[in-house]
Ligand binder design. Structure first.
Ligand code: ADP
Ligand code: MG
Ligand code: ZN
Length: 478
């Protein structure tokens, strides 16, 4: 491609406050339609909104975690549009004076760190949800989401590849989770991104015309949509045509974007100051208090894991992407005393299960303490690798203590020397062909015996012990 890719993201994230932004209704996903609303979030005439202080606190917390400056004075605006998902016919947002501005987030791209500017973070309210009838008989409206608090994070156009866009979104998700301002449940739409993308000839500094793709709700969709859009724009430019500034809809099934037919771009929102809400003054004390409540963030944690636990940067980066997982790693390392073993098992057995069954497994029976105990058994040679996997499986199902599972299923490694020696003798005697092979120099026979013996010991033999005794036993025939 003869072009540089330029991307900026607008990321919407629902804040996990207990109540909505301007009323006392419950802020919770789902529920019977229209059971979590009141005259305020239904936009009835004559009602007055009152800002939820937690929303302000969470927005500032997110801003500080992304190195933003916090506005001492900000205000709300009405963004007017008519659509049934918004019963007031306007959305309350911060158009002209956002609460946070001028920040940055560092992302890891390969071995390099790249700094991505954060233009602004502002507060706004979410709209209701339209459910279109599949039979074409009309649409149903659920206002439970109406008035759910959101922050919109707007990046500078500093991203230069679809991969960087994906990594930035992953990084921001992690920051929002660490600061506990959002659940970031992408499948529930609580984190979604708009991708703005343009091309410019390599080396040129003149920005190209950009398009915007709205409401992408997975990392994969962001990366694929950006890739496809870059290729589409390149084809347009290569054929001597112009790219139009437009909003496009990404179809993840088809893998292509189409222009949106709505009048998004020509629409005039007529933003004006919201008269029902006073402006927001934030003092230093409030900001300092919030600053003090920000926990160690993923980047810092990763450095600490490298230094304190001596695990590779790669491991540390992967584990710290998920706060709960990182907490499990720390506790388990403490319990078992072998951080590298813990990180290996997290990156294989735990991540495999997270991929298959979802992150829910980190919130049920598994915790750093019992995971550490399992790995301590393994590290001491009390159970085998296969048995450790079995204990994890059972624990995830029953929640029993590892020691209870090990005893109940009789998983302890069998080290009774005379029993092991007898088993070995018996296996060697009952396989004369393999013994002949071994005597005639075929070393593969040794592995055959190992397999048979371990099976006879029901997988509970200690491989190094079995190997030692077997070697001695076979020696007698040479
Ligand atoms: P608007 O007000 O039209 O939404 P903004 O200036 O707020 O425009 O920018 C919205 C998003 O578009 C930001 O994330 C910004 O980084 C991105 N953006 C701006 N210019 C470009 C460009 N030339 N190419 C790609 N993205 C861009
Ligand atoms: Mg925009
Ligand atoms: Zn309400």
């Amino acid at each position: 491609m003869n072009y540089d890719i330029v991307i900026g993201l607008e990321i919407h994230s629902e804040l996990k406050t207990s109540s909505k932004i301007f009323c006392g209704c419950k802020n919770e996903f789902g529920g019977e339609p229209n059971t979590r609303c009141c005259p305020v979030c239904l936009g009835m005439p004559g009602t007055l909104p009152a800002l939820n202080k937690r929303v302000l606190e969470y927005a500032i917390k997110a801003g500080l975690a992304m190195n933003c400056r916090i506005a001492g004075f900000s205000k709300f605006d009405r963004k007017n549009y008519f659509y049934p998902d918004m019963p007031k016919a306007y959305q309350v947002t911060q158009h002209s004076l956002p609460i946070c501005y001028d920040g940055y987030v560092d992302i890891d791209v390969g071995y390099e760190t790249k700094r991505i500017g954060i233009e602004r973070i502002h507060i706004e309210e979410d709209a209701g949800k339209l459910i279109h009838s599949s039979t074409g008989q009309g649409s149903l409206i659920d206002y439970n989401r109406s008035g759910v608090p959101l922050i919109e994070i707007v990046t500078k156009p500093d991203l230069n590849s679809p991969e960087e866009a994906k990594i930035l979104l992953e990084t921001i998700k992690t920051i929002l989770e660490y600061t506990e301002v959002s659940d970031c449940k992408m499948q529930e739409g609580s984190l979604r991104a708009d991708v703005n993308l343009s091309l410019r000839p390599i080396g040129s500094n003149t920005p190209g015309v950009r398009t915007e793709m709205k409401n992408l709700n997975s990392f994969r969709a962001v990366q694929r949509a950006a890739q496809a859009e870059a290729e589409r724009q390149a084809r347009v430019l290569d054929s001597g045509q112009k790219v139009y500034k437009e909003t496009r809809r990404w179809d993840d099934h088809k893998g292509e974007s189409l222009p949106m037919r709505d009048k998004e771009e020509v629409m005039d929102y007529r933003c004006f100051p919201e008269p029902d809400l006073p402006p927001v003054y934030v003092d230093e004390d409030f900001i300092n208090e919030i600053q003090a409540s920000i926990p160690e963030l993923p980047g810092m944690r990763r450095e600490r894991y490298i230094n304190q636990y001596g695990i590779p940067k790669y491991d540390a980066g992967l584990i710290t992407q998920n706060k709960v997982l990182a907490d499990i790693f720390e506790k388990a390392s403490e319990v078992c005393g072998n951080p590298k073993l813990v990180s290996n098992w997290i990156m294989t057995e735990i991540m495999k299960r997270m991929n298959e069954e979802g992150e829910g497994i980190l919130h049920s029976y598994l915790n750093g303490d019992n995971f550490g105990q399992i790995l301590l058994f393994l590290d001491k040679g009390d159970i085998t690798h296969a048995a450790a996997i079995q204990v994890i499986d059972v624990l995830l199902e029953t929640g029993e203590e590892p020691i209870v599972i090990v005893e109940r299923l009789n998983l302890r490694v069998q080290r009774d020397e005379s029993l092991v020696a007898n088993t070995i003798k018996q296996v060697v005697n009952s396989n004369p062909q393999a013994l002949d092979d071994y005597i005639s120099g075929k070393k593969k026979a040794f592995g055959f015996f190992m397999g048979k013996i371990m099976a006879e010991l029901k997988g509970r033999g200690d491989p190094s012990q079995v190997k030692e005794i077997l070697t001695k036993e076979l020696q007698r025939y040479l």
